[in-house]
Design a protein around this ligand. Structure first.
Ligand code: IPM
Ligand code: MN
Length: 326
């Protein structure tokens, strides 16, 4: 039976990479019944729509969502990011952001689990005396025992399922002594239930060095929303480039659809030129297939995307190459 998928190409290169991902999924023999949603900065500029609750309610009946990229320079920062992307993550309770990284030469293979519904992204804060010489801006970080624990537990389960069974907590416990303390205590408490998983802790600044100089040390990493955002761009940069970095915004409890998207943005500078690398979107679609139980097709797609140095050409040429390899 066909899977019912909501497709949101979004803005910029999203419109170029998403069709390639769908082309590859279909070539892998998986039937998709797609519902298209015209959302993003361009749509907002046309009629002011960002994302309404009726659309979110409609999504709850779908099996998954595939997103290209959102954001455009003509719209002030935050409108689309918060109103569309973060609203999707929060309303659908996509509390895990899973981002795998494999070195082109296979020397490292790790997964970052980014908490996806709390931290500084929760949007706590505000202005006082805005625009005056005495203005104040606060930006809080929300960390709940419930939110941290479900993310940490997911990471232990994931680590347990892998060969090395090694989980690293990344935070900044030496400075963020409230949030960091909650994360460390939660991590330690859950670790006691997973004696088969070895653990480590890195400060986020040190982790930046290790990502570049010794990424082999990592198997699974768990971290908060903002550290995870920053670290996963670096993860992409040290793993063949951001054009290969895929992600899944997961609701592991399956109380709604999960959403899959490349780590990269809408890249307005190269949009419309058939130059964007579609592999990140293709690999994100493969993650979607994993989540839908189509693991054989997902594995075939990942195999067709291996050896990234040979995946060159235009957006559509790379899509065709992956299809040919299938
Ligand atoms: C990402 C992006 C988003 C984030 C932006 C577009 C809001 O950078 O998915 O990594 O910060 O989470
Ligand atoms: Mn990011």
């Amino acid at each position: 039976m066909a899977h019912r998928i909501g497709v949101i190409p979004g803005d910029g290169i999203g419109h170029e990479v998403v069709p390639e991902a769908l082309k590859v999924v279909r070539a892998a023999g998986v039937e998709l019944d797609c519902v298209d949603y015209d959302l993003g900065g361009a749509r907002y500029l046309t009629d002011g729509t960002v994302l309404d609750d009726v659309t979110v309610a409609e999504w709850r009946g779908l099996d998954a969502l595939l997103l290209g990229a959102v954001g455009t320079p003509e719209v002030p920062p935050g409108v689309i990011e918060r109103g569309l992307l973060l609203k999707m993550r929060f309303d659908l309770d996509l509390y895990i952001n899973q981002r795998p990284f494999v070195a082109p030469d296979g020397t490292h293979d790790f997964i970052v689990i980014r908490e996806n519904t709390e931290g500084t992204y929760a949007g706590e804060g505000g202005f006082l005396r805005k625009g005056t010489a005495h203005e104040i801006a606060t930006q809080g970080s929300v960390n709940t025992r419930f939110g941290v624990e479900r993310c940490v537990r997911y990471s232990f389960e994931l680590a347990r399922s892998r060969t090395r069974k090694h989980l690293t907590l990344v935070h900044k416990t030496n400075v963020l002594t409230f949030a960091g303390d909650l994360w460390q205590r939660t991590f330690d408490a859950v670790a006691a239930e997973y004696p088969d998983v070895s653990t480590a802790y890195n400060h986020v600044d040190a982790a930046c060095i290790y990502f570049v100089e010794d990424p082999q040390r990592y198997d699974v990493i768990v971290t908060d929303n903002l550290f995870g955002d920053i670290l996963t761009d670096l993860g992409g940069a040290v793993s063949g480039g951001i054009g290969f970095a895929s992600s899944g915004n997961l609701n592991p409890d399956r109380t709604g659809p999960s959403m899959f998207e490349p780590v990269h943005g809408s890249a307005p500078d190269i949009a419309g030129q058939n130059r964007a690398n579609p592999v990140a979107a293709i690999l994100s679609a493969a993650m979607m297939l994993d989540f839908l139980g189509e693991t054989a097709a997902a594995d075939r797609i990942r195999a067709a995307c291996s050896d990234p140095s040979t995946l060159t050409g235009s957006t559509t040429e790379i899509g065709d190459l992956v299809v040919a390899r299938l």
